[in-house]
Structures are given as structure tokens and as C-alpha cells.
Design a protein around this ligand. Structure first.
Ligand code: PBG
Length: 322
């Protein structure tokens, strides 16, 4: 007798019953870039369909995402050079661009989850996630600034703060600072396993945040390493993270799986700017079916073990899944 696995693929009904992984808009978070001004939408060349948005346009887009079933957005501020300095002072300004954007979003869509990025790079004249001291990123000078930034974001109404900086000990410092300020219900999504990746290129165009010197390899992880990822997971869990993120997404699906198997915490992943750009470029050239490829990559991230997926294509995906 021939064993026939194809019987379980015979028609859509059977395939639906035996499908293992699922994908729905409620698994997605939409990352967005905010800029100052009004009625402004500045397209990002390397990310077709994405733009830096002024707060009014940001609110409109977030409303659209929420109406389609996307529960939250992740915000990144695009600041002009005058607001950047070596210590990222603007990052703790409670009436700065990012806190104003958070307040506007929460006023317009109170149930929308607003996730804010905790790292210095959008605010740093050096384009680094930490403070540069004598040519090195100084961990212990940076961490208190990150904690203060997180408190400023929580005060503006952020639901979840997301440290993406990869400094050691920052999750514990942020948790302590949030609790001391009364923000015991503000969660921490730790960019726990973040690799030094070429796939962040388009994002750095969007924020004009590329390192002005050197690279990020003394804080972001070596793409070769898996055991180190598991070590980071244990630490961030112990420090009080609520979600753990693996970033980028698809090239690191094996890491997502191992993190999923190690921790009981929710696991997030980020389909980063370069992954989005590759799909868009190939789709625009007619080299692959963009819609199908997009949903396939997102489903693969779910199958790999991601509970939550940050993707610039959240609105497109939600429409396709609709
Ligand atoms: C930096 C940060 C980066 C991204 C999110 N936060 C870039 C970097 O580390 O240089 C990348 C996201 C993307 O590429 O979509 N704190």
C-alpha cells in the first residue's frame, strides 16, 4: 500500500482542517515613522509605500490599521539634525515629537496599543544607540538615559516600551524606573536578540540614523551566534521583560524557534525594513507575487514560533486576510 500524504491536501476544506500555523491581523504590529509638521507625508525611497508622517497623518493611518484589526503600532521619531546631540538629550523631552505623537494617538484611538522605541539612535548626532565616550559606546552612561526616556514615554501614554538598543542591564533599569514612577502596568518588549544586520539599511534612511562612524557590532549580536541568543533570553527574562523579540525575522527563523522553546514569555519578531524592501522590489519587478509572498513570510514567522510580528506591511496583510 502506498502511503499518500496528498490525501490531506485534497481540497481547501481538508487543508483548512489540518493547517498547523495561523495568521491573523491581531498578530501584527505596524511600525511607523513620525515627523514634525502638518499634512506631511514624506515617502521613504527604499521602502515603497512607507513614509515619514506628521502626527495628523500618523493618526489617520493608525486608525485605518486599527479598524482592520491590527491592535497596535510601534513608533519611531524622525528628528531634524538640530535636535540631535551626542547624549540624545531630546529623548527625555516630555513635550518632544514622540510624546506628542503618543498623546495624539491615545486621544484618537484609546484602545490602540502604542509601543515606543527606547534607544538613542533617532536622537544621537553619532547615529548610535548609546552614548559614545572616547570612541566606545558606554553601556553604563547610556542605561540611565534609556530609563528616563522610557518613563517620559510612559507618562505620554505608551502602553509598552521597547528597548532596541542592546545595552546590558537596561531591562532591569527600565522596569525599576517605571515602577518607581507608578507605571507598573506599562510593559517592556525587549529587543532581546537583535543581530547586527544589513537588513536595517532602509530604516536608517527613513530616520537618517545611520552610524556616523563605525558599526553597531559591539552591542548588536553576531549573526553567527545561537547560544548567545539563549543567554540574552535568560537575562532579559530575569530582568523582567514581558515580551522577547528576535530581530530581524525571516533569516533568523531558527533563532525564533529556539527562543520559543526556551521561554514561556510571548515571543515577538520584526520583519525589518530590508525584508520589506526585498519583497517590494521583487514584487514591483514582477519577479514574484507580492501578496502571496508577503502572507507566506508572515505565516512562516508564525510557524517558526512568533506570537507577535512587527511588519511594515501590517495594513496590506490585514486587508489580504480580511
Ligand atoms: C535602532 C533600531 C533599528 C531598527 C529598529 N530600531 C536599526 C538599527 O539598529 O540600526 C531597525 C528596524 C528596521 O530595519 O525595520 N534602535
Amino acid at each position: 500500500m502506498l502511503v499518500r500524504p496528498r490525501r490531506n491536501r485534497l481540497n481547501a476544506q481538508i487543508r483548512g482542517l489540518v493547517r498547523e500555523a495561523t495568521l491573523s491581523p491581531h498578530h501584527l504590529i505596524l511600525p511607523m515613522f513620525v515627523q514634525d509638521g502638518e499634512g506631511k507625508r514624506t515617502p521613504i525611497t527604499s521602502m515603497p509605500g512607507q513614509a515619514r508622517l506628521s502626527i495628523d497623518m500618523l493618526v489617520e493611518t493608525a486608525q485605518q490599521a486599527f479598524a482592520l484589526g491590527v491592535p497596535g503600532v510601534a513608533l519611531f521619531p524622525a528628528l531634524t539634525d538640530e535636535l540631535k546631540d551626542s547624549r540624545g538629550a531630546e529623548s527625555t523631552n516630555s513635550v518632544g515629537l514622540l510624546p506628542r505623537a503618543v498623546r495624539a494617538l491615545k486621544a484618537a484611538v484609546p484602545d490602540l496599543l502604542v509601543i515606543t522605541d527606547v534607544a538613542l539612535d533617532p536622537y544621537s548626532s553619532d547615529g548610535h544607540d548609546g552614548v559614545l565616550v572616547n570612541g566606545h559606546i558606554d553601556n553604563d552612561v547610556t542605561v540611565p538615559i534609556l530609563a528616563e526616556m522610557a518613563v517620559a514615554q510612559a507618562r505620554a501614554g505608551a502602553d509598552i516600551v521597547a528597548p532596541s538598543d542592546m545595552m546590558d542591564g537596561r531591562v532591569a533599569a527600565i522596569r525599576t524606573a517605571l515602577d518607581a514612577s507608578g507605571f507598573t502596568n506599562v510593559g517592556i518588549c525587549s529587543y532581546c536578540v537583535k543581530y547586527a544586520s544589513a537588513f536595517y539599511g532602509p530604516f536608517r534612511e527613513a530616520l537618517d540614523s545611520a552610524p556616523r562612524g563605525g558599526d553597531k557590532k559591539t552591542y548588536q549580536m553576531d549573526p553567527a551566534n545561537m547560544r548567545e541568543a539563549l543567554r540574552e533570553v535568560r537575562l532579559d527574562e530575569a530582568e523582567g521583560a514581558d515580551w522577547l523579540m528576535v530581530k530581524p525575522g525571516l533569516p533568523y527563523a531558527d533563532v525564533i524557534r529556539q527562543v520559543r522553546d526556551l521561554t514561556a514569555l510571548p515571543v515577538a519578531t520584526y520583519q525589518v525594513s530590508g525584508e520589506y524592501a526585498m519583497l517590494k522590489a521583487a514584487g514591483q519587478n514582477g519577479w514574484l507575487d507580492y501578496d502571496y509572498a508577503l502572507l507566506e513570510t508572515l505565516l512562516c514567522l508564525r510557524r517558526a514560533g512568533a506570537d507577535i510580528i512587527f511588519t511594515y506591511a501590517a495594513i496590506e496583510a490585514a486587508k489580504l486576510l480580511g
